[in-house]
Design a binder for this molecule. Sequence first.
Ligand code: IPM
Ligand code: MG
Length: 368
Amino acid sequence: MIKVKKRKILLLPGDGIGPEVINEVKKVIKWLNTKRSLDFQIDEDLVGGVSYDKYGTPITDEVFYKALESEVVMLGAVGGPKWDNIEFSKKPERALLKLRKELKLFANLRPAICFKQLVDASTLKPEIVSGLDIMIVRELTGGIYFGEPRGIKPIDNGERKGINTHTYTSSEIIRVAKVAFELAKKRKNKVTSCEKSNVMEAGQLWKEEVQALHDEEYKEVELNHMLADNCSMQLLRNPKQFDVIVTDNLFGDMLSDQASMLTGSLGLLPSASLGAKNKDGKMRAMYEPIHGSAPDIAGKGLANPIATILSFAMALRYSLDLDKDAGDLEKAVEDVLNDGLRTKDIAEKGKKEVSTKEMGDAIISKLK
Ligand code: IPM
Ligand code: MG
């Protein structure tokens, strides 16, 4: 068997259900290493609350530099009530935000696909969600998540003031909009750009820059602008009107959680956070399920590993140019759902309820 060069994958399982779901991906990677001509080199380290507990910081410099040097970072989840009351700058989420910002992962791809086997798992009517295939492109390194000034400060009347700042520059908007237009060209050729241009200047700039880019370079793609609150409503009313949605960091956070429920469970949705390509066409990237650490079910074998396994499929496709293996993995997930296996979050009468591990094993058995 000819082995290709070693590809470095850094696993950062994090907190809560993170380790359980990443463990299933580890099994998939090991399977690909032994059964296919792939040679992934896995490294694993601490991030989030577990790193804080051990080192007093949610991410050590060592782990951060490892992430900088990895072709692929696979993250589980960070955070939990245990760390609610620690100093803001030490919170588990700061590690995730630092990775996104410092690795310059400005484009966050969050697909919402409703598997036909799971139309009944959605809280919406089957005819509204069946066949749903939306791609949300969330800007990930700007906006109110990172804007300055920020903080909590005392003010004259003895009160305190919490401050966050929503800012976007033209280039920040244009580079993420380009990603959205390029994706749309390979899909249904339609982009909906969401902002609040009716109330925010940064939203007005967003709209103008997306429109200008469209008119200059992407005339062949259909472009619509939509206010973010309307988009939230339209996602429930008629989600199939959307193909690619491009929006800012905060609206993208909210709209993607909402879109996930159209598909049945937050436990199904993967994501890819992509940076710019360097001169040799290589790009930094981090992959993670969009669900959180779910501390309430951690350690019980109840977590759905599908979102994380599909995130790894995105890594195979977007970072490693292994489209066929990515497709096989996605197909294996569908096959297992066809067989009627379900983790608790998507449990249905008449289907077999399985644990996190059993779901992972079943998916691997379909790869064979
Ligand atoms: C997400 C999460 C994160 C975010 C949290 C954990 C910081 O909700 O990836 O959507 O707000 O971006
Ligand atoms: Mg979120």
